[in-house]
Every structure is written in C-alpha cells, then in structure tokens.
Design a protein around this ligand. Structure first.
Ligand SMILES: Nc1ncnc2c1ncn2[C@@H]1O[C@H](COP(=O)(O)OP(=O)(O)OP(=O)(O)O)[C@@H](O)[C@H]1O
Ligand SMILES: [Mg+2]
Length: 250
C-alpha cells in the first residue's frame, strides 16, 4: 500500500441528509461524522437505511436534502479520484457478470490506469498482493459467481485493498460468512484503519462488535447514537435503534 494514498485518507461529513424513494423516507435528517484511523460500525435493523446511507456516500442515490462530503469533496468527485472503495451488500451485485475474481480486484485499479487503460506491472502486483491478503490466490481465475458467499465478500474486500482507497465502505461483509473469513476480514479492516483509512462497515453481528470496531453508529432512519462500542451496546441505546422506544420509532 502506498503511503501517498493512505495519507489522503479523510473523513466523511454528513449534514441534514434525507433520502426518499418515492413516498418512503429512508433517511431523515442524518448528521454524521466518520473519522479516519479507526473502524466505525453501522448498526440498525432491516430497512433502517444502512445501505441507503452507503449509497448516499458513494453518490449512487441522490439526497432529497442535505450534504455529503468525502474528504471535503462531493461523492461524485471523491469517486472519480478513486478515494472510495465500496463493498456492496450481496443483494446489490450481479453475480452472473462474466468476470473472474482477478478481474474484479483489477477493477479497483481502473481509476489509476494510464492513457492506454492497460494494467501495468505495478497494477498486477497490487492485485496479486490483495488476493494474497484475503487468501483467494487459488481461486483468482474463477468466475466471480462461482464462489461461495464468504469468498465473494473477500474478493470485494481485495478490490478495495488493490484500489488503495482512503475511504472503505463495506455493507454487511459478514453476512453468510464463516468465522474464519470473518476473522480475516476483521483483521484486514483493523490494519487498513490503523494505516489511516476511514472504514465504515455495517453488520448485524453485535457479538463481534467489540473486536470489529472502535466506534458505533446506531441508525433508525436517523442517527440515534454515535459513540464508543461499549456504550452503543447498552440496552437503552439498542432499544432506541431497534425501535423498541416509541419515541425513536415514530
Ligand atoms: N430501490 C428502492 N426503492 C424503494 N424503496 C427502497 C429502495 N431501496 C430501499 N428502499 C426502502 O428504504 C428503506 C431503507 O432501506 P435500506 O436498504 O437502506 O435498509 P438497510 O438498513 O440496508 O436494510 P437491511 O438490513 O435489510 O439491508 C426501507 O424501507 C426500504 O424498503
Ligand atoms: Mg442493507
């Protein structure tokens, strides 16, 4: 990983963000600041807006109101500069796409290929190193859809590593993943954060939270809590996030 890119790692700043899908309010006046150098977990029940928040940060969905800044730039500008590595929720990926694991990881390099658009030696080296870090070297030439769920997740994590992105967004990378793959991904995320990157990861695995993250954000269409993991796991805070408190759910 080049020190240059890591040095570019910068936070995410969100103010007054609301997102609607027709008449559904997915996010309502979200204010959030995600700092570099640590792992931040995004927690919330199904439909609480986690994926929509990721898509707002990447610029895939347009806000009804509010602002999102990634390293002080708009999502579109940050994405053009290769600042954002995004591992989408599995349900959002077309797994029949005719590309190999290696091709998927190489996509992380597209933003920095020269005018010929052809991968150079350094790009191949970065891809090989990323595949090694997620333990997928043996499966590199297999079509992406012909991997197990956990292996697919690791392929996308490798894409983010090869990209050397300053901001990594992972939407439920542990869903359907075995303990060993989960431990591999957690270790990588910790390393990437320690390198100065901004890491935001959604998960439903509350038991693994203390080993995964330094900070947690509880989301229920809006941020109902942000702070240290230990505090987030307090019953009163979890109740607010999981809609047990009528005040928060209304
Ligand atoms: N493309 C869409 N069109 C219409 N409504 C949508 C769309 N995507 C999400 N929604 C709605 O927006 C809300 C937030 O959805 P989102 O996918 O962001 O939740 P989530 O927290 O990621 O849930 P999960 O834990 O199930 O992945 C939900 O009410 C959902 O039904
Ligand atoms: Mg989701």
């Amino acid at each position: 990983m080049s020190a240059g890119r890591a040095a570019e790692a910068t936070g995410i700043e969100i103010t007054g963000l609301s997102v609607r899908y027709r008449d559904i309010v997915a996010l309502d006046d979200v204010a959030l600041s995600v700092a570099p150098g640590r792992v931040t977990a995004l927690i919330g029940m199904n439909g609480s807006g986690k994926s929509t928040l990721f898509k707002s940060i990447t610029g895939i969905v347009r806000p009804a109101s509010g602002t999102v800044a990634v390293g002080g730039q708009t999502p579109a500008a940050a994405r053009r500069r290769g600042l954002i590595g995004y591992v989408p929720q599995s349900e959002d990926v077309d797994w029949s796409f005719p590309v190999s694991v290696r091709d998927v990881v190489m996509m992380g390099r597209y933003g920095r290929l020269g005018p010929t658009r052809r991968p150079r030696a350094e790009d191949h080296l970065a891809v090989d190193a990323a595949l090694e870090r997620v333990e997928l070297v043996d499966l590199a030439d297999r079509q992406i859809g012909r991997l197990s769920g956990g292996q697919r997740k690791r392929a996308f994590v490798a894409r983010g590593i090869a990209q050397d992105a300053g901001v990594l967004l992972l939407d439920e990378p542990f869903a359907g993943v075995d303990k060993r793959s989960e431990a591999t991904i957690v270790r990588l995320l910790r390393e990437l954060a320690a390198d100065g990157r901004t890491v935001l990861v959604s998960t439903h695995d509350l038991h693994a939270l203390p080993s995964l993250a330094d900070e947690a954000v509880l989301l229920l269409r809006r941020v109902v809590f942000q702070g240290p993991v230990g505090e987030a796991l307090r019953p009163d805070n979890l109740a607010r996030a999981f809609g047990l408190d009528p005040g928060a759910a209304s």
